[in-house]
Design a protein around this ligand. Sequence first.
Ligand code: CP
Length: 315
Amino acid sequence: MRNPQLNGDGSLQHLLTIEGLPREVLVHILDTAASFIGVTEREVKKVPLLRGKLVFNLFFEASTRTRTTFEIAAKRLSADVINLNITVSSSTKGETLLDTVDNLSAMHADMFVVRHSSSGAAHLIANHVASHVHVINAGDGRHAHPTQGLLDIYTIRHYKKDFSALSVAIVGDVLHSRVARSLIHALTTLGAPDVRVIGPRTLLPTGVEQLGVSVHHDMREGLADCDVVVMLRLQNERMKGPLLPSAQEFFKSYGLTPQKLALAKPDAIVMHPGPMNRGVEIDSSVADGPHSVILPQVTFGIAVRMAVMSILAGN
Ligand code: CP
């Protein structure tokens, strides 16, 4: 079946999910991002690849990292960027999502970056807009967060070089995590042979092993000799009812401490998509410690988002 985010010639029309994207598309995005790292380190951090293009950031859910790095990325590509302030937009007066999109399209939008609490919101917009308009999913419900998955694999490739012998442990609230889903699809597409999810039964999706991961409920078993540890936040805003005895109990069993990290390889890296809840899923001594690459993830996010926008615009 044809992937709806790909054009007939295999080029990207939208970025909605990593699921089903061919390996060569992922590698092209990573290589393009690597070429933009130099731009982000120059004194004049601009290239004209999106000059004259109009990008709308539509964030119907809170964000610190994704919204700002998309804005920075678009500005570094010389686009005009509008951050629609949803809290004072006419969506508060009952305007539908598609009516909002139609009105912004009438202002000659070229690209929409969309975050929404409903899974499928970005797909809905992508199916609705004109063929010259591109849509990027910046996180939809618990479904997908493709640019986070891309910046995560960029970070892993930067530190570990190669995916072919890699063990990656993803720990915590996988059930509600669009980040975990996108990262799992990216890692399996790139051939990582050992992807593990670790968490209590209540926070792991039923049948998650069908995504090509192994399932662990004990940190000692799940972290043993892994190269990469990815910690996830408890996404209380997406939980329907209590799934855990308490945050303290969760930290005791699944919080990443120096003692638990010692089970991984000595050169293991620690990642977290943010926002972190210190003392819940990660101890500050690990979050701020020598294995942590949490802030470099954020920085790489700019080049990765530049790459996605530039590829969508046909560069
Ligand atoms: N990782 C991530 O999506 O962070 P924000 O919610 O701050 O954008």
